[in-house]
Design a protein around this ligand. Structure first.
Ligand code: CA2
Length: 145
């Protein structure tokens, strides 16, 4: 099994600013946790981060026929991007949406998630642990099939 983990704009800045919302740990530490979780579960993973909406759409399309599942934190594009929603729908891979913060308790503009409409599960407000939970969920789902 191969899992694609996609992180959207500014998540590469983790640990540098806004530790009160997103925590003190760096993006490298997040990648290390993702890789460790995948290794523990015996699955391959690829991590992709981009600040560009079109690059994220391209990477989702590339997953078709290549990866088995997607974990996605589209960051700010969560709340704006119908293009990312359409790409997720087009490839129709099982996907889980992750947010570090509890978006439901934040500003009104964060209350809509377009990408989430194409995801079978959404995990919010659990910090880095949300990625771990998403990976375990997708591996268990794959193994049940
Ligand atoms: O809670 C999440 O994971 C978010 O997807 C993070 C996005 C935000 O726009 C979403 O509403 C919720 C923002 C990621 C920006 O990350 C930063 C990292 C360091 C410093 C500033 C921002």
């Amino acid at each position: 099994m191969k899992i694609l983990v996609i992180n959207g704009p500014n998540l590469n800045m983790l640990g540098i600013r806004e530790p009160g919302i997103y925590g003190k740990r760096s993006y490298r530490e997040l990648c290390a946790l993702i890789e460790k979780t995948c290794a523990e579960k015996g699955v391959e993973c690829e991590i992709f981060q981009s600040n560009h909406e079109g690059a994220i759409v391209d990477r989702i399309q590339e997953a078709y026929g290549k990866e088995d599942a997607i974990v996605i934190n589209p960051a700010a594009y969560t709340h704006t991007s119908v293009a990312i929603l359409d790409a997720l729908k087009a490839v129709a891979l099982p996907a889980v949406e992750v947010h570090l913060s509890e978006i439901r308790e934040r500003e009104p503009f964060r209350q809509i998630s377009y990408a989430g409409m194409a995801c079978e599960k959404t995990i919010t407000g659990k910090g880095f642990a949300g990625y771990r939970e998403a990976i375990i969920y997708l591996v268990d789902r794959f193994e049940r099939k």
